[in-house]
Design a binder for this molecule. Structure first.
Ligand SMILES: Cc1cc2nc3c(=O)[nH]c(=O)nc-3n(C[C@H](O)[C@H](O)[C@H](O)COP(=O)(O)OP(=O)(O)OC[C@H]3O[C@@H](n4cnc5c(N)ncnc54)[C@H](O)[C@@H]3O)c2cc1C
Length: 402
């Protein structure tokens, strides 16, 4: 059995046997999925994307995406928040391996990440990844981060605010993107990626998270007031994030698998509902044999297969310095999956009918969770369309193999 099949199989068992039953109550209560994280930890999944030579499971990008989509099928909030942890592991792991670095920086980075990975694997540390700030231009990649790290003896003093930080209050560390403060103007090339512990002096969490969908993600506000962070807390050397954002673009696509999973769940729900297999739902009725219902299901299936095909292709193309076409296809995939997830949930309600909109039906939650896919910076559907349009019309030479 190959690694992707094996790890996806474990994710399926966890999701089907444990996460699904808990998902609705987490949503109702707006409660972080603590028990799911304990199960992920027990399965060794906190080390899912940590390289094998550091003791992790060594999932590559495509394997991670498949596992994440599987988790998203059963509990969107778990998959979405688990992405924040894994994105930090991937950026400091195989993404960093591809980036140009001096030998000295490479040695220091290897030592630092070894310590971070040990904390994850041996002490169960979970990482959040707050980059969004009230000025969303930074998260959209259009301006330097407003959160600043000022060099001081032995490390940095961090000041600033983040919002929509999933895992607020539930992460051991917050992988904070910020700008190295210097004499000149703030510069995106000076972006830093720092691991700030949840119990650091000067760090606080505020605001509520009583929202439409993804209610169990605990995505609250963070404040950093003169938080001291040692040099060793750098998850990437200064400048590496900027290079990664430019040359490893698929690193921004890792939120998409969660919504691929939600799209699959919406389709499966519809089939189960019409067949009379949903607990608390109507019995199988003539509607399953109705050509109109079948037409609706077929249409959903076609949309799902289109999204799946693009998703599978793009996750296999993720790499350092992809071709222009591969990069553009990634924008198209992100757009397609994020929009299709919500479209399928909408269709599912229309096809199933009125009795599917009750709170005790999973579809109602899937519908709300799916709506959040369009909000995820930096690759919102709007951003993807903007880049796809402008980059398609650039003079790359030839579009086909560029
Ligand atoms: C469930 C959930 C979980 C989240 N978890 C996290 C997390 O863990 N970490 C994290 O960092 N963020 C997280 N986010 C935040 C998310 O990425 C956004 O930052 C958040 O939704 C707020 O952005 P907005 O829609 O208000 O931005 P808006 O400013 O309204 O942006 C909307 C659109 O405008 C574009 N835009 C914004 N500014 C500019 C500009 N200057 N130039 C051009 N285009 C621009 C954006 O790309 C987007 O298309 C989460 C969001 C949700 C919904």
């Amino acid at each position: 059995m190959d690694k992707t099949t094996e790890l996806t199989g474990i994710a399926r068992e966890l999701g089907r046997d444990k996460f699904l039953a808990r998902s609705s109550q987490y949503d109702v209560d707006g409660r972080f999925p603590v028990e799911n994280y304990a199960d992920l930890r027990d399965a060794g999944f906190l080390g899912l994307t940590i390289p094998e030579r550091y003791g992790g499971l060594g999932a590559d990008y495509a394997t991670y995406a498949m596992v994440s989509a599987e988790l998203g099928t059963w509990c969107g909030a778990t998959a979405l928040t688990f992405n924040m942890h894994n994105a930090t592991m991937m950026w400091s792991g195989f993404v960093a391996d591809d980036l140009p670095m001096s030998d000295a920086d490479r040695t220091i980075h290897n030592d630092r990440r070894a310590a971070i990975y040990t904390g994850v694997l041996e002490d169960g540390h979970v990482f959040a990844q707050p980059f969004s700030e009230p000025n969303s231009a930074a998260a959209a990649g259009k301006a330097p981060f407003g959160t600043e790290a000022k060099p001081v003896e032995g490390g940095f003093l961090v000041n600033g605010r983040k919002h929509f930080a999933s895992l607020s209050g539930h992460a051991d560390y917050y992988g904070v993107l910020c700008t190295l403060a210097g004499d000149g103007e703030a510069n995106v090339a000076n972006t830093m990626f720092l691991a700030i512990p949840g119990d650091a002096d000067g760090f606080s969490i505020d605001g509520d998270w009583d929202v439409l969908g993804m209610r169990a993600t605990a995505s609250r506000n963070l404040k950093f007031e003169n938080v001291f962070v040692p040099d060793t807390a750098q998850l990437l050397p200064v400048g590496a994030y900027y290079n990664a954002a430019r040359d490893w673009p698929h690193m921004f696509m890792t939120l998409c698998p969660t919504y691929m999973g939600i799209a699959r769940a919406a389709f499966q729900f519809t089939c189960d509902y019409l067949k009379g297999d949903i607990e608390g739902g109507p019995p199988r009725s003539s509607s399953a044999d109705s050509p109109i219902k079948q037409f609706g299901v077929a249409h959903m299936r076609i949309r799902l297969e289109q999204a799946e095909a693009l998703f599978l292709r793009v996750i296999s193309e993720a790499r350092y310095k992809p071709t222009h076409i591969d990069r553009q296809r990634a924008y198209a995939a992100q757009y397609t999956v994020m929009e299709t997830a919500n479209e399928l949930c909408r269709e599912a309600i229309r096809v199933c009918g009125g009795r599917s909109i009750f709170k005790h039906m999973r579809l109602e939650q899937l519908y709300r969770d799916s709506r959040c896919g369009s909000l995820m910076l930096p690759w919102t559907p709007d951003t993807c369309v903007e880049r796809l349009g402008s980059e398609s019309l650039k003079d790359w030479g030839t579009q086909a193999g560029a």
